[in-house]
Design a protein around this ligand. Structure first.
Ligand SMILES: Cc1cc2nc3c(=O)[nH]c(=O)nc-3n(C[C@H](O)[C@H](O)[C@H](O)COP(=O)(O)OP(=O)(O)OC[C@H]3O[C@@H](n4cnc5c(N)ncnc54)[C@H](O)[C@@H]3O)c2cc1C
Length: 456
């Protein structure tokens, strides 16, 4: 079987490259290969009753399938070059922002209309942050919400399904160079193509490294963010979330000079498990539909760790920490901030008596047995700094879930057209190490599609 273009992965990167290719070049034959299921068949077995924690399915319904890792996400499209990836370093700041706005337009036209666009511009919160040694990053944030995000994906799929060959439950095992193009190998068959776009996301990070080894594509890895997910009553953070929805705030610790930042803020949201390569970590999302709102807000506090030579395995480092929490708690641990400060583990009864009701069933425990001191000290410092702009953050009942890890995929060596040293082989989205967000991953998909549309 021969395609003009093969796309590996049907997450935002893969979806937006196929969307743009179909729009600009309906004559091209496009095949999309995806490890997971179509959207409607993606169902995580955790129901909170019979199955309360991750059972390690063959493919994770949360991470794999049409929509990728973003399918059940909060659908926050951060339109900014300040975080979410470094796409602008490859394609330029202006183009990167324009592409993110273009993606926003498509989302609005496909079910996202009427959703709110938040902005940090001219916000008094920025000044308040600065007065308290906190720095608020600039962004426009489109919050689709988990439910609307799902609708947008349904609508995009409806437009693509008859114009693109989707191969679901078909992981690509390897890619080779063949006949001036590429050959993609699955368990049952091989498919040739002139151009290949790899958009395997975070869950495909290890596989991406194998592809780089086999095709002799250089890569580097030196960064990982480790921390906890904080959950507190929504009122405490409402002055920030009502105006900005998502605020990315950075803090430099006094003790070690490390950078700690807030990440993925979910007003009235829920805390969830995330399974990456068999390791259970924590994440969060929230729904646009007020009927599904909770009384809590959650967000991550992450400490960035950059390693220098000779250490190269930053992902392995973070995985060992996450494994430790899995070993102690059978999954994610939860601890009250007051217990952490007093040096005692949280017990089921202490969590039960807490004024904050956890939205994730996690094992009460002691995060200081899991997290390196330097990282935990940084998180504690930032909680006290946040308490100055959102009083109540440092209350004893504030819940901390661990471990939250933001894995940065190895950075694949690509040029400013997002092509590897093999002409026609593109690596986009989170598996490239260049993007870490819905907006950047989607924009990278549109970017390569436009190039291919011109050249093919
Ligand atoms: C719970 C959660 C909440 C999030 N919330 C937000 C948010 O609100 N805002 C935000 O900006 N970002 C958020 N993110 C991150 C965001 O989802 C990712 O940055 C984004 O999905 C990356 O898109 P991608 O296309 O690069 O990769 P992915 O979305 O990871 O998609 C890659 C796809 O490739 C498939 N695949 C992998 N390997 C292979 C292979 N060998 N063969 C075939 N298919 C393969 C996978 O099954 C997957 O479906 C969240 C992530 C999670 C898990």
């Amino acid at each position: 079987m021969k395609y003009d273009v093969i796309i590996i992965g049907a997450g935002p990167g893969g979806i937006f490259s196929s969307y743009e290719l179909v729009k600009l070049r309906p004559d091209l034959k496009i095949g999309v290969f995806e490890t997971g299921n179509p959207l409607e068949k993606r169902k995580c077995p955790i129901d909170g009753k019979k199955i309360t924690s991750c059972i390690g399915c063959k493919t994770c319904a949360i991470m794999n399938g049409f929509g990728g890792a973003g399918a059940f996400s909060d659908g926050k499209y951060n339109i900014t070059n300040q975080f979410g990836g470094t796409l602008h370093e490859y394609i330029g700041k202006q183009e990167s922002l324009e592409l993110m706005r273009y993606v926003d337009g498509i989302n609005l036209a496909n079910g996202g209309e009427g959703t709110k666009l938040y902005s940090t511009a001219n916000s008094a919160i920025k000044k308040l942050c600065m007065q308290n040694k906190l720095y608020l990053l600039d962004a426009s944030v489109r919050h689709l919400g988990t439910d609307r995000n799902y609708t947008v994906l349904q609508n995009l799929y409806a437009q693509l399904e008859n114009r693109v060959d989707f191969h679901f439950n078909t992981p690509v095992r390897s890619v080779s160079v063949a006949d001036g193009g590429f050959e993609v190998h699955t368990d049952g068959a091989s498919y040739k193509c002139d151009r290949c776009i790899i958009s395997a996301g975070r869950s495909g990070s290890k596989w991406m490294e194998e592809v780089c080894h086999s095709l002799d594509i250089p890569m580097r890895s030196n960064r990982v963010d480790i921390g906890v997910r904080v959950e507190l009553p929504a009122e405490i953070f409402s002055s920030l979330t009502d105006e900005l929805y998502e605020s990315k705030i950075v803090f430099r610790t006094e003790k070690f000079g490390d950078l700690v930042r807030t990440f993925c803020m979910n007003p009235h949201g829920v805390v969830v498990n995330e399974n990456t390569n068999g390791i259970v970590t924590v994440n969060g999302h929230s729904y646009e539909d007020p009927a599904r709102h909770t009384e809590n807000t959650n967000f991550a506090l992450l400490v960035s760790k950059h390693f220098s030579e000779p250490f190269k395995d930053s992902t392995g480092y973070a995985e060992s920490i996450a494994r430790l929490s899995n070993m102690l708690g059978g999954g994610v641990l939860v601890q009250r901030f007051g217990d952490l400060i007093r040096g005692q583990r949280s017990t089921p009864s202490r969590i039960e008596e807490s004024f904050v009701t956890p939205t994730l069933s996690a094992t009460p425990g002691d995060l200081s047995l899991v997290m390196p001191k330097r990282i935990l000290d940084g998180i504690i410092e930032m909680i006290y700094a946040l308490d100055k702009i959102a009083p109540g953050t440092a209350n004893g009942d504030t819940l901390l879930y661990g471990v939250e890890v933001k894995f940065y995929n190895v950075e694949v060596e690509i040029d400013n057209t997002l092509q590897t040293r093999h002409h026609g082989l593109y690596v986009i989205g989170d598996c490239s190490g260049v993007t870490h967000s819905l907006a950047h991953a989607s924009a990278s998909g549109v970017f390569v599609a436009r190039q291919i549309a011109q050249e093919a």
